[in-house]
Design a protein around this ligand. Sequence first.
Ligand code: C2E
Ligand code: MG
Ligand code: MG
Ligand code: MG
Length: 286
Amino acid sequence: RLVPAGLAAGIAVAVAIMAFARRQMSVAAALRHGLAHHAFILAYQPIVDLRTGRCIGAEALLRMRRDSGELIGPDLFIPIAEQTGLITRMTERVFELVEQDAGHFLARHPDFHIALNISAADLRSASLLPSIDRLLQRTGARPANLIVEITERGFVDPATARRALAALRERGIAIAIDDFGTGYSSLSYLESLDVDLLKIDRSFIETIGTGAPTSQVVGHIIAMARTIGLRMIAEGIETREQAEFVRRQGVEYAQGWLFGKPVEFRTIEQLCAIEAARPPGEMSDE
Ligand code: C2E
Ligand code: MG
Ligand code: MG
Ligand code: MG
């Protein structure tokens, strides 16, 4: 042996770390470039009411367009944006994009919702509330038009999370726990935070109908959430069987390829415009 095994392993790890750091740096540079050159766009996925089949809103999902035209998905860049602190600027951009894409539509459709994803760092950021207020002021959208989605990672600092969520709720903005079931928060903790919606993670939805032992879990999660009065959105519904299962268990809303993939907002407008109209009997201000 030229190099002892322990040292060789150490060198391998060091090389891997350097490669990772280089890659992360180049991604961070690409993200900065993207922010400066308006390369970020939002795709919108319909959210439907399982009881009526109607579209009640859409989730805004971020993508980056490379100079080559290729679209990069958020799983590749959000973690690096979070590690490098670029995420707060990116979230500000998301609010600007929602304003451009959907502001006009939201002002005319009080029952339509846009769900946005925010990161743990956004809860600590001084720019979150001003971004929201600017969107509302400039468009005439109402706080009730917005749903803010936070994963359980957002609660690592409970005091900060509590303050930020209270400020959102005071404005009348709904709060959803994203990817529920993949973290460690208990339902009783979420109940104490006074959240409005739970998004049941796709990994649970995938087990429906498989007969796997884990397929029992999703029914229990739904039953517990119902017990404490939380409304739910099932994520990643791809089959009628999954939709029927969650609907029978009392889940109110769903998202997934069965109902629609993420698309540009104009398509959502066409899909949802009529359905988002006020319920019959309500006054129209148009
Ligand atoms: P998420 O918020 O849980 O969003 C759901 C993801 O599942 C989206 O992936 C969506 O395209 C995908 N999906 C929806 N329905 C189906 C289905 O039926 N089958 C399958 N296989 N997938 C489905 P996407 O757009 O790649 O986003 C991934 C994650 O990136 C999001 O997960 C969210 O955590 C994060 N993300 C997206 N946009 C933003 C953003 O603006 N800010 C932040 N902080 N995070 C974002
Ligand atoms: Mg989400
Ligand atoms: Mg989710
Ligand atoms: Mg998810």
